[in-house]
Design a protein around this ligand. Structure first.
Ligand code: SF4
Length: 629
């Protein structure tokens, strides 16, 4: 039996038990790990199939006359080194995604920043929400996950408990068994009914109005926590801002009845302990930052923060427990290119980019308007992709460097949910000649940099664990497979904040989104069995399904099972209508990650809308409509 850990882009960061019996390898959740508790999700269970999939690229591939040919690693490294050595760094672009996180995953940033290459900024995930929390409270923190057990009421703002965090869902199930109340708020279609005592269906992207309505009720009934009044800045202008909105209007904007809003506000001001979960879709709107700011401000103003059993659970940085193992140079502002608009941004630059290096992201699939990203790759002189499959990005590259996957390489993984870090050990023999991302970069760095800034992996691990929150050695971590980091169980305890004035700052705006055209909000949500675009090609057949309410005013007389064109300002894709009466009439759901090459990518019709904070992607603000075929 060996211990390893999941490195998928998932908050739960599970610890694995890997066993080999009669030449058969099995993978289970580590029963000793206090969060994993012996079970893993379908995505984790599918990892072995992914690792052993016959489509896996296991040797470097170079495109010659339009087709890929196998080459040796020596040839591949020499080709990259020659090109990188010959180019002005301003003509080199490094695109690093966070599909692969961990201590060693930083190596490509260290290398390309040292070269002085261009890099991208902008987030495909949670940055709008993270920035909102830091702006409000001075730091990004949350209570220890185990504190959820001390809540009397759990209010779930938009977390899909069936698909997004199995181990948070386990706490919810447990809480309900103990008679605790769980209320879920979302535009529907998530199956949260089975985890909740009450469901509130909200108009997509309008959580800030519901939170503002609850705050207005609190303010009008003088129920704001006295301690919160003492510890907040900007209360008077905030009161004026909220006074300017009629309660009925706020409820109308979010599509929630006033009676329901009052019930919800009663929960927040009751003498019960309320914990609030915030899903990672709430920030994927044009005013996603405001959505998060208002929900968190509600927690603080109602006194449901800074104590056991209260607080909000959104995200913590998975890297917060690691010291930096290299003196990574700062990026020059001029070297930054907005990820979501690569094609237009690069076209404006005086020096044309001639070399793009991509790792940790399926760029031509995961970005909004992904056909534009695909064109950027097609039009660039030389594109190198570090990946394991011939996906939309790899197929548009000139050189594919096949990387080791989870359990084929050593790594230390943090979590965006809990305070344990895991040893993700190399317990499988890597397929073919694949190399870890770290080994690839380290080899190149040795060939190119005068002084190699990338030490051996073991030294990186040891340096990373010199952080003040890791009171254990690398050897201890390796031996047990996981270790608890040193964080207070209660975040922002007694409303102590790390902001300059030691107070939390209330929002100064409440924005009404200008309509981005006609139609419903297209929610491209995550899947249960596969992460993002890591879907085996054999499952990418048939017409993608669009889930929509039979009450939707946008149905255009289409019937269940009928095929239609899902259309936005950017283009169309064929879908099959599936009815789901739990979905808000102003929303429709498509599962994300389908590949362009199988005509299943919703990102090809999603515009690159940017969130109010953090340069995030407002995927779910995309308006779409249905056309008959
Ligand atoms: S994807 Fe998440 S829940 Fe599933 S095994 Fe990996 S870390 Fe655990």
């Amino acid at each position: 039996m060996k211990i390893s850990a999941c490195s998928l882009d998932c908050p739960d960061s599970c610890s694995f038990v890997v066993e080999t019996k009669n030449n058969k390898i099995t993978l289970k959740g580590n029963p000793e790990h206090p969060v994993t508790k012996g079970f893993i999700c379908a995505k984790g269970k599918n990892l072995l199939k992914r690792i052993n999939h016959p489509d896996r690229i296991t040797n470097p591939l170079l495109k010659k006359n339009g087709s890929f040919e196998s080459i040796s690693w020596e040839e591949a490294f020499k080709l990259c080194a020659d090109k990188l050595n010959s180019l002005d760094p301003q003509k080199i672009l490094h695109v690093r995604g966070y599909g692969y996180r961990g201590v060693l995953a930083d190596a490509s940033n260290v290398f390309f920043r040292t070269l002085g290459s261009l890099e991208t900024y902008g987030s495909l995930c949670d940055e709008a929400g993270c920035e909102a929390i830091v702006k409000t409270f001075g730091s990004l923190e949350q209570n220890d996950l185990s504190e959820l057990s001390n809540a009397d009421i759990i209010i779930n703002w938009g977390k899909d408990l069936s698909r997004s965090s199995l181990h948070t869902a386990a706490y919810i199930k447990d809480a309900r068994k103990k008679g605790k109340l769980v209320i879920s708020i979302s535009p529907g279609g998530d199956g949260n009914e089975k985890f909740s005592d009450k469901i509130i269906t909200i108009r997509p992207g309008t959580d800030r109005f519901l939170a503002a309505a609850l705050i207005k009720i609190l303010l009008e009934s003088n129920e704001v926590s006295p301690k919160a009044i003492e510890k907040c800045s900007g209360l008077e202008p905030f009161k004026k801002l909220i006074q300017g909105y009629d309660l009925n209007l706020l409820c109308e904007l979010c599509g929630v009845e006033l009676k329901t809003a009052r019930e919800l506000s009663n929960a927040y001001i009751s003498d019960k302990k309320v914990s609030s979960l915030i899903g990672w879709g709430v920030q994927r709107y044009t005013f996603g930052g405001e959505n998060i700011s208002y929900i968190c401000s509600l927690c603080a103003l109602s006194g449901q923060m800074g104590q056991s059993g209260t607080g909000f659970y959104y995200n913590i940085s998975s890297g917060r427990n690691f010291s930096s193992w290299a003196a990574t140079p700062e990026t020059k502002n001029d070297n930054n290119v907005l990820l979501q608009k690569l094609e237009s941004e690069l076209s404006k630059r005086e020096k044309k980019v001639k070399f793009i290096w991509i790792d940790g992201v399926n760029l031509a699939n995961q970005t909004p308007n992904c056909e534009s990203a695909a064109r950027t790759l097609e039009n660039c002189e030389f594109v190198v992709t570090v990946d394991a499959f011939m996906n939309d990005t790899a197929m548009r590259s000139d050189l594919i460097l096949p990387c080791a996957l989870t359990m084929e390489r050593d790594e230390i993984i943090g979590s965006a949910l809990h305070n344990y870090i895991n040893w993700s050990a190399k317990v499988l023999t890597p397929r073919g000649s694949v190399k870890s991302d770290f080994e690839i970069i380290r080899t190149l760095a040795t060939m190119i940099l005068e002084k190699n800034l990338i030490p051996e992996a073991e030294l990186c691990f040891k340096k990373a664990l010199e952080s003040s929150s890791t009171p254990f050695t690398f050897e201890q971590l390796k031996k047990k497979g996981f270790a608890k980091c040193d964080w207070p169980s209660v975040a922002y305890e007694n409303l102590n904040f790390k902001s300059n004035d030691e107070k939390f700052t209330l929002p100064i705006k409440l924005s009404v989104e200008e309509s981005n055209g006609k139609g419903f909000n297209l929610l491209s949500l995550l899947r249960k069995n596969y992460l993002h675009s890591q879907i085996p090609e054999e499952y990418q057949t048939g017409t993608p399904e669009l889930f929509i309410s039979p009450e939707s005013p946008y149905l255009n007389d289409l019937k269940e099972g009928e095929e239609a064109m899902l259309t936005t300002k950017l283009g169309s894709m064929k879908i099959k209508i599936c009815f789901d009466e739990t979905i808000h009439p102003d929303a429709a759901i498509i599962r994300r990650g389908g590949w362009l090459k199988h005509d299943r990518s919703s990102n090809k019709i999603i515009e690159p809308l940017i969130t109010d904070l953090g340069f995030g992607t407002a995927y779910y603000s995309q308006k779409a409509w249905l056309e008959k075929i």
